[in-house]
Write a protein that binds this ligand. Structure first.
Ligand SMILES: [Fe+2]
Ligand SMILES: [Fe+2]
Length: 193
């Protein structure tokens, strides 16, 4: 039974540090795997949107700019996987097809829906990267700096998508919630498989 005085120990009511001696170390291989998968999925989503929009839409340059940044993120995680001998997710062929389909489908609904897709995904990725930074604590400072840098890009994508009318999309709350939920499932699967 717990000592009653332990419950009033101020150390216990303080916010928990990211890691204490004896805790399991963060699973960096799993982190790299899911991050590479996410950046890969992002490139596929924008490819699907660009396939629908071509350069006819006013939002095309914004999408092209975000896609180029996702490509840079992906190349970085590709290199880290190779460097550390971490295999990519086995679900890559699925994210190839599903990402492109999601991008094309949202673009077919309209430019605002394409922006709603970005807003939903980037909110999820923002949280995901925050969780990883917390889990890393002081470990892997170089990786943490990379994640923080990419997280800033993803937040900027989200803000650009909102500014470009994401919230004016038909069915925005539904699209937003569905895509975030799908994104969460994809993240959990890519950590493990
Ligand atoms: Fe990214
Ligand atoms: Fe992004």
């Amino acid at each position: 039974m717990a000592e009653p005085e332990a419950l009033t120990d101020p150390e216990l009511s303080a916010p928990a540090p990211a890691w204490r001696p004896g805790d399991p170390r963060p699973d960096v291989a799993s982190m790299l795997r899911v991050d590479q998968a996410g950046e890969y999925g992002a490139t596929r989503i924008y490819a699907g949107q660009m396939a629908v929009f071509g350069d006819r839409q006013p939002c095309a340059p914004l999408i092209a700019r975000m896609a180029a940044q996702e490509q840079r993120h992906l190349q970085h995680f590709d290199a880290l996987l190779a460097e550390r001998g971490v295999r990519p997710t086995l679900l890559q062929p699925l994210w190839n097809v599903a990402g492109h389909a999601l991008g094309a489908a949202t673009a077919l609904i309209g430019p605002e829906a394409a922006m709603a897709c970005t807003a939903a995904i980037e909110d999820e990725i923002d949280e995901h990267y925050s969780e990883q930074l917390t889990a890393l604590g002081g470990d892997e400072p170089e990786l943490a700096a990379t994640i923080a840098e990419f997280q800033a890009d993803e937040r900027e994508h989200r803000d650009s998508a909102i500014a470009a009318g994401a919230e004016d999309s038909f069915g925005y709350p539904l699209i937003y919630a569905a895509i975030r939920a799908g994104c969460r499932v994809a993240i959990e699967l890519s950590k493990r498989i």
